[in-house]
Ligand binder design. Structure first.
Ligand code: NI
Length: 164
């Protein structure tokens, strides 16, 4: 396993549409391992493959409920709406509010190619939407309602790790 470099805003790869994974090879499993390690090393709540320069539909999330690995994820249900501040490991130091569904259901494949269904509310719903947007070249700042960076001191950022 290895910590990979995180692409920062301005890198073209973050604006591209990621391709579906057609075969889950060892290479994809290594990517999942590295992405989880990279996410944890950077205190993130999620990471999408384009953020490490790989244009594949692969996502890892840990919104406090344990590691979730998603291959070819698709949102199949949404409900309600909420507005919360978000951050992104590709846009360090910034925080903006975004409107997201309060609850989402995602279908994907796990690392063994088995279909899985993940239901998330609150922070997990936010992370699922944020990471899936990365797969389509969308950054959360594209959906910004308000830039609230100034309201977050370093201390607050350490306490509330929601960068993904
Ligand atoms: Ni992000």
């Amino acid at each position: 396993m290895a910590v990979r470099n995180i692409m920062l805003e301005g890198e073209e790869v973050l604006r591209k549409h990621a391709h579906p994974v057609d075969r889950i090879t060892r290479r994809i499993r290594v990517l999942l391992d590295d992405m989880a390690e990279t996410m944890y090393a950077n205190d993130g709540a999620g990471l999408a493959a384009p953020q490490v320069g790989i244009l594949r539909r692969v996502v890892v999330i840990d919104a406090g409920e344990g590691l979730i690995e998603l291959i070819n994820p698709v949102i199949v249900e949404t409900e309600g709406s909420m507005v919360n501040p978000e951050g992104c490991l590709s846009i360090p130091g910034r925080r903006c509010t975004v409107e997201r569904p309060e609850r989402v259901v995602v279908e994907a494949l796990d690392r063994n190619g088995k279909p899985i269904r993940v239901e998330g509310t609150g922070l997990l719903a936010m992370a699922l939407c944020h990471e899936l947007d990365h797969l389509d070249g969308i950054l959360y700042t594209d959906k910004m309602i308000e830039d609230v960076t100034d309201q977050y001191t370093n201390e607050a950022q350490e306490q509330e790790e929601t960068e993904s």
